[in-house]
Design a protein around this ligand. Structure first.
Ligand SMILES: CC(C)(COP(=O)(O)OP(=O)(O)OC[C@H]1O[C@@H](n2cnc3c(N)ncnc32)[C@H](O)[C@@H]1OP(=O)(O)O)[C@@H](O)C(=O)NCCC(=O)NCCS
Length: 206
């Protein structure tokens, strides 16, 4: 199987486009990356406690059918991998139950979803940008987003949208030229289910 990649980036990673087949293989590692973030500062990434590895894996594998679409509703997904030749050994990866997962060299991911409706075919959306918390601050998310924006534009998208918990990643997106549309109060529950946090809605014209 040929795996499309972009050259090694400034962040020292290679980006690989995910197929339904590789998604099946990579999902446990992506779930492990996600679990490293859930509950940090009581920030939520979709889940409430208690949640399982299986739920976390399903969050990723559910997009598989959209990865092979060629028209509206198609999703493009990437993983960022540490290239073997860089000589940097990947840190071990463990899932929620403490079991080791394969592909510890995968350190981040993001999804680009093209809009479904005919009147919004020029719109796209960013989903599930996440970087292993042990590899943050190396420019990996920036490289993922730059690649996503290029792909969105090449696919005919002139407007890209996203939402994120207010007060955290919105500052990262602002640095990358995204504009804040506004906040929706009490948008999502914290992992302990006790508090509803605001969401920031953002856009970028491509
Ligand atoms: C937000 C996240 C994706 C950033 O990943 P990262 O690989 O550490 O980001 P980068 O290293 O590419 O950062 C690029 C720039 O943004 C800045 N930045 C990164 N995260 C930031 C944050 N939370 N707040 C403010 N600035 C931030 C970096 O300092 C860097 O600035 P520089 O280019 O001037 O040095 C990562 O922290 C993460 O996975 N968080 C948990 C999941 C999440 O919140 N995802 C986004 C929700 S939609």
């Amino acid at each position: 199987m040929t795996v499309p990649v972009v050259p090694k980036s400034r962040a020292g990673v290679m980006l690989e486009r995910v197929t339904p087949e590789t998604l099946e293989l990579y999902a446990p590692r992506l779930a492990a990356i996600t679990s490293g973030h859930i509950g940090k500062d009581n920030r939520s990434i979709n889940f409430l406690h208690p949640y399982t590895s299986a739920q976390s894996i399903e969050l990723f594998t559910r997009v598989a059918p959209t990865l092979t679409l060629t028209g509206p509703g198609r999703v493009v997904m990437w993983v960022a991998r540490l290239p073997a030749e860089a000589g940097e050994e990947a840190l071990e990866s463990r899932d929620l139950d403490g079991n080791e997962t394969a592909f510890p060299d995968i350190v981040g991911t993001v999804q680009l979803a093209f809009h479904v409706a005919p009147n919004g075919q020029f719109r796209s959306e960013v989903r599930k940008l996440i970087v292993d918390d042990r590899y943050q601050g190396r420019g990996i998310a920036r490289v993922l987003m730059e690649t996503l924006e290029r792909e969105a534009k090449a696919g005919g998208s002139t407007l890209c949208l996203l939402d994120t918990e207010a007060g955290y990643a919105e500052h990262f997106y602002s640095k990358l030229g995204w504009t804040l549309s506004g906040y929706v109060p009490k948008y999502a529950l914290t992992p302990d289910g006790k508090e509803k946090r605001d969401a920031a809605f953002m856009y970028k014209e491509l």
